[in-house]
Design a protein. Sequence first.
Length: 317
Amino acid sequence: MQHDAWFFVGVFVFIFIIWIATGGPLRPLAFSGPTLAAPQELGGGTYLSLPRAPYGVGGSNISLPGSSSGTNVPGGSVTSLPTFIGGSVFGTPSPYRGIVLMSHYVSGAGATDPKNEYIEISVPRDARVPVNLSGWSLVSDASGSRTVIPKGTEVPTSGTINAAQDIVLSPGDRAIVVSGQSPIGASFRENKCIGYFSTFQKFSPSLPQNCPVPSDELAAFYGPDYIRDAACIDAMQKVSRCQVMLTPPPTASNACQNFVVQYLNYNGCVTAHRNDADFEGNIWRIYLGRTSPMWRTKHEIVKLLDMNGKTVDAFSY
């Protein structure tokens, strides 16, 4: 055992002599602590780019899902820019290219009444981000006309001045953009009561007639004496959806007349159904407010530009 102890002591002394001979405590390595390699970037050396806000207005510093330098479509596939006869160019692509789309057709182009001339703009369901259209522009390359998309009213109220707000299309929404002036004085989103406006104004294309059924409204809002008013029940079964009754039936009871005045019109319908899950539609009616047509009947190039003047979509005919 004693010989083994002296053997280990000799080994340590030998190692100590070698350490001193090679620089000992004066070696630079003696002053450096342990080091770790710098971590690599996540995702194979790329960073994830996210939108700065729930929706944008076409700024060049915005990175949107499914877009890269304005040349991607939803899903990320790269598309080439369209070319036009005569040397006209698409222009600088917007970050919203492939995310906001036009119908590539002008309905009623060159119409005598600009209220009958319109195009459609949509945001696909897989776009994943809502888009603010207010401040964007529609441009006719043929005439050089440029018209800015205005603000609108989410839920208009009849008989009052409605507050204006930005027009935002969520994924799956679309907009009918009419060249002329609004029959109700503002751009608006469709809702389940909007068909009542058709009683007094003409819309192109026609408003949906999906208002609540008058006889169902009577059953819901007449009150406890509903079943005793057979004459009112019969009268309401003859009234069409979205039909404003200017005068209640002359032989109707006071309760029946009150029901007609309160519920069978646009404002009354909105008051009764604004909180319904199916109240809000997915279509905006946007009016450019022009007194003359925006588009030629032929030899035309239609462009949609974002807030920064970059081209979102374009087509020719």
